[in-house]
Design a protein around this ligand. Sequence first.
Ligand code: 13P
Length: 248
Amino acid sequence: MMRRKLVAGNWKMNGDRASLAELDAIAAAAQAAPQVDVGVAVPFTLIAAAADRVPTLSIGAEDVHEADHGAHTGCVSAPMVREAGARFAIVGHSERRADQHETSHDAWAKAAAAHRAGLSVILCCGETEAERNADRAERIVQAQIEKSVPDDADGSWLTLAYEPRWAIGTGRTPTPEDIAAIHAIARAKLRMLIGDRADGVRILYGGSVTGANAASILALENVDGALVGGASLTAAKFVPIIEGAAGL
Ligand code: 13P
């Protein structure tokens, strides 16, 4: 099964109105690489301005609440980000698991909420360094997938992202063999959960992806794209990753 590559940026808690200028060149690079899907998740405050500025580029939210509306002070729902112009949402990111104590069950509820609102979903999983050192990475990722993938998931709206926590923002990446091994295990787990629909679900790698390593990581079996943090903040760093994906 051929799956289109997806290169998604995640600005995290970075960026302001001036930073939106970076999106102009990113959108141009995306248009020059029609064989690759490109998206950028930005802080809630920038979604509407980003979507208005670069209508051809898929803009995403970095999180959504699991409810559509209600008494949840300070939270933002999937219908809200959809109305602001988001086309996708990241859920279950390891920084939310660590900082906001979110669980895989929370990620499941958020994925369902985003899908209900008509958003595509990038659902994150990945082990900590202690879990990797204890040889538990595979079991952790399997358990996260089992608890967070909705029953009705398919590749038309769900993308999985494997992001080992110790590789995020550190300049360290797993070996190609380790990335391929986890992605194969993730695919097998998806198949157990949703059958043949698993073949259509893209599995991204995230964690210290750069223009220098993107092409070799994205060439690995079952690696269908990249989720990029630091290197998505500027066009100068993000465009080479798009180009690396397009060259495959
Ligand atoms: P870095 O690319 O900065 O390592 O971040 C990866 C990430 O967490 C993307 O969601």
